[in-house]
Design a protein around this ligand. Structure first.
Ligand SMILES: [Zn+2]
Length: 792
């Protein structure tokens, strides 16, 4: 019923107690919905080792995690050979046709480590097949069994590999599926995604494509999120929602993931027109790629979730007709209380426009009913931008302050115990919102402020629908629900129960849709980008404000004595939330200290020029930690001396020369025809190394074409002295053959060979780290490189 905000006869004025009762009931209902959302995002209880044979058991899978991640096993190492033998023996033991694909493979995606050149690896993929009874296609279960140099890879990706072994075991206990199931345990994922590229590009079983389920981890805990799909995913998403027992996934994640500099084996399959789904758990990112990624740090609940979903999906894709899985469109999808809701992506823009129109119509109605004026509506809209901007800014400043107090956070993906900081950001967002509301409620009015929130949600919905369609549902649906609730509230008696019911239902929609991204964005982006989660938290807060407003003793904007009391009351939640933010940040700083179990990460490399005897310590830390600072005293560009390390600037300092040999370059043949010279070279490592590089000084010769181990590689002249180069991971001891077709200059052709290994602690001058100093999770930590230039 449309009474002007300040009319004394307003019946709601006379019933503050009833208003408070309904407010408490509504908030309890919302809290219950929020709890339901969190339960829907939680991991299942791990099943014991004696679970029925047809089920996935995290306890059984974990035994294989312990074997696979017993020690670091980088591609090409003896430790990786032992892991591969265990995988082959296990799969053969299940009666599966199992082989090792031994090949030289190129990289996938855009990871190139070589300026103007190519990256390859010698890979040995483990491939096993469970033949179907009447196949319509193939289902590929994929994970990588290699680890980074710096850690044993308990989560990344022993967990995924052990999950596939346990799924294979469960599948062989039941009736054979209709479609072929192929288990692909890839090599050299960490180096260059080369194993997956080698399988997808060259293996006979990959020739006709199929459905790929890739299993990964970028952390140690949390729900398994299906975060990436092939294009035109509607049919795949439909199967995912139906067959995965814990379908946590959102079309928004696909868009977030594309903006991050990560890649997985899945990329190699997408390059080859496979369809499929990519899943990973991502919380606990502090130990990612570090020596701490040991089996004991694998959350068995996450492992169980990986397995439940992988087994459910493999069974379903195992019986589905795989002939027509590519739909004509992408779906929008998101988790709802343990299930998955999806609708066609082409509805995104019409829905966003409908939400905008509905919110506009609500504004018009509010004005007609005297709940707001054109002026207050405009003020509500304009002033809503304040918390939308200030809360993310505050989150960013808060983290800047915390990293100033604790600089070691700079090199961490996420703190070891991030929960206090995450809660601090949420409390800060609430403080900003409550403060803003307390200041404006009387002047602008609750109806106009609610309109402002809905209007921005609707505007964001349209912007997202155009730019990031998979994320448009986040704001479109709460805006639409809020507008419909507004219509319902205006159409019913103002002092009756229906307005409260309507705004509570709309707020519940917002909680269901916007709480999961608040929860998942923190681990996905890390505290450094906590501002993004703060923004989503504020949008959620704006959508929920009409319910919080019920706590206010008076429905409209008041004046006089009552208003004074109301304003004091209004300041209470803002003060409480601000205090909570400070306390939570303080608790975070007190609880999350660096110690031996949670060391501050440091990055150190050693590079030696075996020709000149000059050696250098290098670090990628921008502001080196005290331990690292003892090695470096300036900044260098490594592009000229160590082109295999990329062309970035690094902090550096002088080091003693270690008696280490550079790789040899043997000339196998050298033929000249016309102005061309064809050089067949063999680059031979002189020690146990994990990669070799060969670069050509393009001022001494122009590279026309090149092949590596018999594989043609693309030639795209790069910048700088070493304009063409090849990076080869996991080289065999006998070395790698490189054939260069050149147009030489007048003198000798200058080439530079480099290798890289572990063993940093054996270098003269290395000082062991104190217990509370650890190793950064990166592909170049602890690298020991030796280079030399050869005139040919
Ligand atoms: Zn990894």
């Amino acid at each position: 019923m449309g009474a002007p905000p300040t009319r004394p006869a307003d019946r709601a004025l006379a019933k503050p107690r009833r208003r408070l009762t309904s407010a408490v009931a509504a908030l309890v209902a919302l809290l219950a919905v929020g709890a339901g959302v969190l339960v829907g995002l939680s991991t299942p209880a791990p099943r014991p080792a004696d679970a029925p044979a047809g089920e996935f058991s995290a306890a059984r899978a974990y035994r294989n995690v312990e074997v696979i991640a017993a020690e670091p096993h980088v591609a090409g190492s003896a430790a990786n050979d032992r892991v591969r033998e265990h995988l082959v023996a296990t799969l053969r033991g299940l009666g599966l046709q199992t082989e090792v694909q031994d090949a030289v493979a190129p990289e996938a995606g855009q990871l190139s480590g070589a300026a103007g050149g190519a990256t390859l690896a010698r890979v040995r993929n483990v491939v096993a097949r469970l033949p179907g009874t009447d196949p319509t296609g193939k289902v590929f279960l994929v994970s990588h069994y290699d680890s980074v140099q710096t850690g044993p890879g308990g989560n990344d990706d022993a967990a995924g590999t052990a999950t596939i072994l346990e799924v294979a075991r469960a599948l062989t206990t039941g009736p054979r599926p209709r479609n072929d199931i192929v288990f692909v345990l890839t090599d050299a994922e960490e180096a260059c995604l080369c194993g997956a590229a080698g399988f997808a590009g060259d293996h006979p079983l990959a020739r006709d494509g199929g459905v790929v389920l890739n299993l990964e981890a970028r952390g140690s805990t949390g729900p398994v999120i299906m975060f990436e799909t092939s294009r035109n995913n509607a049919k795949l998403v439909e199967v995912f929602g139906r067959a995965a027992p814990h379908p946590v996934g959102t079309s928004f994640a696909v868009e977030i993931y594309r903006a991050l500099p990560n890649d997985t084996d899945f990329t190699a399959f997408l390059d080859r027109e496979f369809v499929g789904l990519n899943s990973a758990y991502i919380d606990g990112g502090a130990i990612y790629h570090t020596p701490l990624d040991v089996p004991a740090r694998v959350d068995r609940g996450s492992l169980q979730m990986h397995g439940d979903n992988a087994l459910g999906l493999t069974r379903e894709f195992g019986r589905t007709d795989l002939g027509d899985l590519r739909a004509g469109h992408d779906d929008t999808y998101f988790p709802v209380l343990g299930g998955l809701v999806s609708y066609p992506g082409w509805l995104t823009l019409p829905l966003a426009v409908a939400a905008l129109l509905a919110v506009g119509a609500l504004g018009w109605l509010l004005r007609r009913r005297g709940r707001a004026t054109a002026g207050t509506l405009a003020a509500g809209f304009g002033l809503t931008l304040v918390p939308v901007v200030v809360a993310p800014l505050g989150a960013w400043l808060l983290w800047a302050a915390i990293t100033t107090i604790r600089p070691g956070y700079a090199e961490l993906l996420d703190p070891y115990r991030p929960v206090w900081y995450r809660l601090a950001v949420v409390a800060l967002s609430a403080a900003v919102l409550f403060c803003w509301y307390a200041l404006l409620r009387r002047r602008v009015g609750p109806a106009a402020l609610a309109f402002g929130g809905l209007a921005w949600l609707a505007v964001f919905g349209v912007l997202l629908a155009v730019a990031v369609p998979g994320g448009a549902y986040l704001t479109t649906l709460p805006a639409l629900a809020g507008a419909l609730a507004g219509f319902a509230a205006l159409a019913t008696r103002r002092d009756g129960p229906w307005p409260v019911v309507a705004v509570t239902l709309a707020a519940a929609v917002a909680v269901v849709i916007l709480l999961p991204p608040v929860v998942l964005l923190f681990p996905a982006l890390g505290m450094g980008m906590g501002a993004v989660a703060a923004l989503v938290a504020v949008l959620l807060g704006l959508a929920v404000l009409p319910v919080v407003d019920l706590l206010h003793p008076r429905a409209g904007g008041q004046r006089g004595l009552l208003a004074l009391r109301a304003r004091r009351l209004g300041a209470l939640p803002a003060t409480a939330a601000a205090l909570a933010a400070v306390v939570l940040a303080g608790v975070g700083l007190a609880v999350d200290r660096f110690d031996a179990a949670h060391p501050v990460p440091t990055h150190l490399m050693y590079a030696l020029d075996a020709g000149t005897g000059k050696a250098t310590w290098l670090t990628r830390e921008e502001k080196p930690q005290p331990w690292t600072d003892g090695y470096v005293d300036g900044t260098v560009s490594v592009a000229d001396d160590f082109p295999g390390l990329g062309n970035s600037e690094m902090r550096a300092g002088p080091a003693a020369a270690a008696p280490l040999p550079a790789p040899k370059v043997d000339v196998l043949s050298d033929t000249r025809t016309g102005d061309q010279r064809v050089l067949r070279l063999r680059v031979v490592p002189q020690r146990q190394v994990r990669l070799l590089t060969l670069h050509v000084d393009t001022s001494t010769a122009t590279v026309r074409s090149a092949s590596v181990a018999g594989r043609d590689v693309p030639v795209e002249p790069g910048d700088g002295k070493w304009g063409f180069g090849v990076v080869f991971h996991a080289p065999p001891p006998e070395g790698v053959e490189v054939t260069l077709t050149l147009v030489p200059g007048s003198g000798a052709v200058s080439v530079r060979a480099m290798d890289a290994s572990d063993g940093l602690s054996g270098v003269p001058g290395f000082r062991p780290r104190p217990p509370d100093v650890g190793v950064v999770g990166s592909h170049s930590s602890e690298m020991l490189a030796v280079a030399r230039t050869y005139p040919i």
